[in-house]
Ligand binder design. Structure first.
Ligand SMILES: NC(=O)c1ccc[n+]([C@@H]2O[C@H](COP(=O)([O-])OP(=O)(O)OC[C@H]3O[C@@H](n4cnc5c(N)ncnc54)[C@H](OP(=O)(O)O)[C@@H]3O)[C@@H](O)[C@H]2O)c1
Length: 244
């Protein structure tokens, strides 16, 4: 099994894509720490995982509470001795709205979860990964980062920020066998996207592949159905050398 003996944290594991990825990681042999805010839903996901022989634990967590993020990750490491995989899946979207209608507070609410919450989880997990010399971070991004449709400025820019964080962190930690990648899960039917055409399980193979990458695997990249999409322009430009 690809993740035998590994310890993984999946945020937003109470439903939708996060629940499917958590189940996929457990089926691949990992102990999965399930984190989200809704206790009842987390328990239902845990029950399904255990019924199939998987191992998991439940962690009530709002990723916008940064001390709670640190506490949760420290607890996982104290209980299991390590945190090998962090899947940053927790995310929110606003109903589409143009800038004239969406006040900054609603915009900030999307960033609080999708960007700063994700960053907080990386910030808390990385010292443990660097200490062990091993880590795989799987950031659930979105094609919205590239499409930037009118009315999607909060969500699209939050997912563009996820890509930027992915590239920057990958460059910071690559020497220590800590690989950081982002992925689009697809157009998935969920509470966030009831019009989605694919089931949450469609996102699992890519999330599993990124969690199980070998040391010489890709890092700082963006994938959709295991195919790479350019996260940065093809031409490397040095913006430090003067006006382009
Ligand atoms: N569905 C799609 O087509 C699609 C496409 C591209 C990207 N994505 C991304 O995929 C991820 C999952 O989306 P989904 O479609 O599965 O959405 P979803 O069904 O709405 O699930 C969102 C998950 O995030 C959790 N969450 C939200 N706010 C949180 C917070 N403050 N702290 C901790 N957990 C929080 C929710 O749990 P609680 O409410 O229990 O806390 C829930 O488990 C998101 O990052 C989303 O942007 C989705």
């Amino acid at each position: 099994m690809e993740l035998e003996g590994k310890v993984a944290l999946v945020t937003g594991a109470s439903r939708g894509i996060g629940a499917a990825i958590a189940a996929g990681y457990a089926e691949a042999g990992a102990h999965v720490a399930l984190a989200a805010r809704a206790t009842g839903r987390l328990e239902a996901v845990a029950e399904q995982i255990r019924a199939k022989g998987g191992a998991c634990s439940i962690h009530l967590l709002d990723v916008t509470e940064h001390t709670a993020v640190v506490r949760t990750i420290d607890t996982i490491v104290a209980e299991h001795g390590r945190l090998d995989i962090l899947c940053n899946n927790a995310g929110v979207s606003t109903a589409p709205g143009n800038a004239v209608d969406v006040p900054p507070e609603r915009f900030a609410g999307v960033f609080a979860v999708n960007v700063i919450g994700l960053y907080a989880c990386c910030h808390a997990a990385l010292p443990h990964m660097l200490d062990k010399g091993y880590g795989r971070i799987v950031n659930i991004g979105s094609g919205s980062a590239f499409m930037c449709k009118p009315g999607s400025s909060a969500y699209s820019s939050s997912k563009a920020a996820v890509n930027a964080i992915t590239v920057a962190l990958a460059g910071e930690v690559g020497a220590a066998d800590v690989l950081v990648n982002a992925m689009s899960p697809g157009y998935i039917r969920s509470d966030m996207n009831p019009a989605g055409t694919d089931e949450p399980e469609e996102s699992v193979p890519t999330a599993l592949w990124l969690a199980a990458l070998p040391a010489d695997g890709p890092t700082g990249r963006f994938f959709r159905f295991m195919g790479e999409l350019p996260i940065l322009p093809d031409t490397a430009m040095d913006f430090t050398s003067g006006p382009a």
